[in-house]
Write a protein that binds this ligand. Structure first.
Ligand code: ADP
Ligand code: TRP
Length: 320
C-alpha cells in the first residue's frame, strides 16, 4: 500500500494539523510505503514573503522529524524539489472540467477570507491531484476539509484513464472519524485563519495562556457538567486513553470539578506529549545539515517515482 500526504508551510502547525493529519500520516508509515511532502508550491497561493516561505518550509521539516517521521520509512521531501508535478498538473488540467473546480469549497472559503482569487488558487486542486497521482498513491490521510480535494483527484484520474488508458492508481482519502475536526479555543474548527490555534511547538508559557483561554460555559464549580459539549474535554480526549477519558468525564458529571481544573489536566497532557518532542526539535534545529540531507534524499526517491509516472502520462497523451 502506498500512502501520500502533504502539508503547506503557511503557518505554525497546530493541534488541528497534528491530530487531523500529522499523527494519522505518521502512524500509517508503519503500514505501507509512505510519502510525505512540504507543499511549498501550494503555499505560494497564500504566502507572498520569500523569507516566510523559506522559514515555514524549514519549520514543517523540523516539526515532522521531531514528531516521529522516520526517514528510513517515509520519503520526505519538498514539493518544489520534484518539479515533474508541474508538468503532470498541466496534463491533468487539460482533462479537468471547469465545473469540477468551481464546486470546490476550499477555493470559495479562501476567497471569502480575503485571499486574492488567482489562477493558482483556482487550479490548486489540480496540482494536488498531480502530487497524489505522480507517486501512484493508494491512500491519502488528510483532515476532513481536504476530502473534497481527494475526490476531485479521483475524478480527474478516472477521466484521464478512460481517455488515455490506465496510467494512474485511483486513490482513497483516509479520514479519522474520531478526530475529524479538532475544535479551536473558541469552539470553531481550529484553523490558523481563525486565530484560535494552539501551536504544537509554541513556547510553554504561550501554550498555557492559550489553554486557559479555551471557551467554556459559565457553570459554577459545584455544578455537574457535560463533557460532550465542552471544548476543553474535546481537546483532552485527543491525548487521553479510554480510562483517562472515562475518569475525567465522570468528574465532569459528578460536579465539583471547575473548568480551571479541567484546563490544568489538558495542559499536563499537552506537556507530557509535546515536551519531549520539543527537546527533540531543538536538537534537530542545531543539526540543519542533517535535515537538509533528509529532504534531498527524499526528493531523489520521489523523483525516481515521479519520472516514471510522468513518462507513462506523456506517452499516453502523445507527447512521446
Ligand atoms: P489551517 O486550517 O490552519 O489553514 P490547513 O488547511 O493548512 O490548516 O490544514 C493542513 C492539514 O491539517 C489538512 O490535512 C487539514 O485537513 C488538517 N487540519 C487542519 N485543521 C484541522 C482541524 N481543526 N481538525 C482536523 N484536521 C485539521
Ligand atoms: N491541500 C493540502 C492542505 O492544505 C496540502 C496538500 C497539497 C496535500 N498537496 C497534497 C495533501 C496532496 C494531501 C495530498 O492541507
Amino acid at each position: 500500500m502506498r500512502i501520500l500526504s502533504g502539508i503547506q508551510p503557511s503557518g505554525k502547525l497546530h493541534l488541528g494539523n497534528y491530530f487531523g493529519m500529522m499523527q494519522p500520516a505518521l502512524e500509517l508509515q508503519q503500514r505501507g510505503e509512505a510519502f510525505l511532502f512540504i507543499a511549498n508550491y501550494h503555499a505560494l497561493t497564500s504566502v507572498s514573503d520569500p523569507a516566510a516561505l523559506r522559514q515555514g518550509t524549514l519549520d514543517v521539516a523540523l516539526d515532522f522529524l521531531a514528531c516521529g517521521l522516520d526517514p528510513a520509512r517515509t520519503v520526505f521531501y519538498r514539493q518544489s524539489d520534484v518539479p515533474e508535478v508541474n508538468e503532470l498538473a498541466w496534463l491533468l488540467s487539460t482533462v479537468t472540467p471547469m465545473s469540477l473546480l468551481e464546486k470546490c469549497h476550499s477555493y470559495k472559503d479562501k476567497i471569502a477570507k480575503g485571499l486574492a482569487p488567482s489562477h493558482g488558487l483556482f487550479a490548486y486542486p489540480v496540482l494536488m491531484a498531480a502530487d497524489i497521482l505522480i507517486v501512484q498513491s493508494n491512500v491519502v490521510p488528510v483532515g476532513r476539509d481536504q476530502k473534497q480535494h481527494v475526490e476531485v483527484t479521483r475524478d480527474i484520474a478516472i477521466k484521464f484513464n478512460n481517455q488515455f488508458g490506465e496510467v494512474f492508481t485511483i486513490p482513497e482519502p483516509s479520514i479519522r472519524d474520531s478526530v475529524a475536526v479538532v475544535p479551536g479555543l473558541d469552539g470553531q474548527k481550529m484553523s490558523k485563519s481563525y486565530g484560535n490555534t494552539v501551536e504544537i511547538f509554541g513556547a510553554a508559557k504561550e501554550v498555557k495562556t492559550k489553554i486557559m483561554r479555551v471557551v467554556t460555559d459559565s457553570k459554577g464549580l459545584a455544578e455537574p457538567k457535560d463533557p460532550d459539549t465542552c471544548n476543553v474535554f474535546a481537546l483532552f480526549k485527543l491525548f487521553a486513553n479510554e480510562a483517562e477519558r472515562e475518569a475525567l468525564a465522570a468528574r465532569y458529571r459528578a460536579g465539583g470539578l471547575g473548568y480551571g481544573d479541567a484546563k490544568k489536566a489538558l495542559l499536563e497532557k499537552f506537556e507530557a506529549h509535546f515536551g519531549p518532542l520539543r527537546a527533540k526539535r531543538e536538537e534537530l534545529a542545531r543539526n540543519l545539515d542533517y535535515v537538509e540531507g533528509v529532504l534531498r534524499s527524499g526528493a531523489e526517491r520521489a523523483r525516481a517515482e515521479a519520472t516514471q509516472t510522468l513518462k507513462k502520462a506523456r506517452q499516453a497523451v502523445g507527447l512521446e
